[in-house]
Design a protein around this ligand. Sequence first.
Ligand code: DX5
Ligand code: ZN
Length: 219
Amino acid sequence: MKKIQISPSILSADFNQLGAEIKRLEEGGADLIHVDVMDGHFVPNLTIGPSVIKALKKNCSIKFDVHLMISPVHKYIEAYSDAGADIITIHPEATNNLTDSISKIKELKKKVGVSLNPETKVDIIKDHLDQIDLVLIMSVNPGFGGQKFMPEVLDKIKELKKIQKNQNIDFDIEIDGGINFENCKAAIKAGANILVSGTTIFKSNNGDIKKNIDLLKSI
Ligand code: DX5
Ligand code: ZN
């Protein structure tokens, strides 16, 4: 069983002091920093771009897990790579050619993630699974933090675990959206090994980030 990693989503951080919030996450034991990039087109929200990521990366030693909820995504991949993204995760619906976009990320020597929205089937990426490092399973419809967890997506994680076994391939399975101290157990049991969390990490226990990360790791 893979070690469970915690990737806090800075979408729930105080945007008035993002640098300090990243430091708190680093000191609090985060394994990755989950950066939700939204363009107001692929999803109905707009967040940050490459220049903010570049500035934040300067003072942070942990890897940036960049979730691109932007479309079209292919022409922006290099900009996020140059900004310092370590994992670049894209949505299959946001590119005209998933094979080319995956190759582009690999050429840039970054880890490749592909994200499935709640209504998107595993089938759409099954021919690419041997080429990617991570599958990001959305357990909310992308766009906002603080939404309710959708347990039905756990079936997709179980399906991915079966494919890993049958095809003897490996990739991380990350779950993203509405994760809390309760439902993370079912997510881990289904086979997720990276938990994204925004609200639970930044808002629970009076915002005690270290306590919240430790609690998620102890599950
Ligand atoms: C939603 C984002 C998620 C979200 C998670 O579109 O992709 O990463 O910020 O936040 P919580 O944990 O608050 O649901
Ligand atoms: Zn995300």
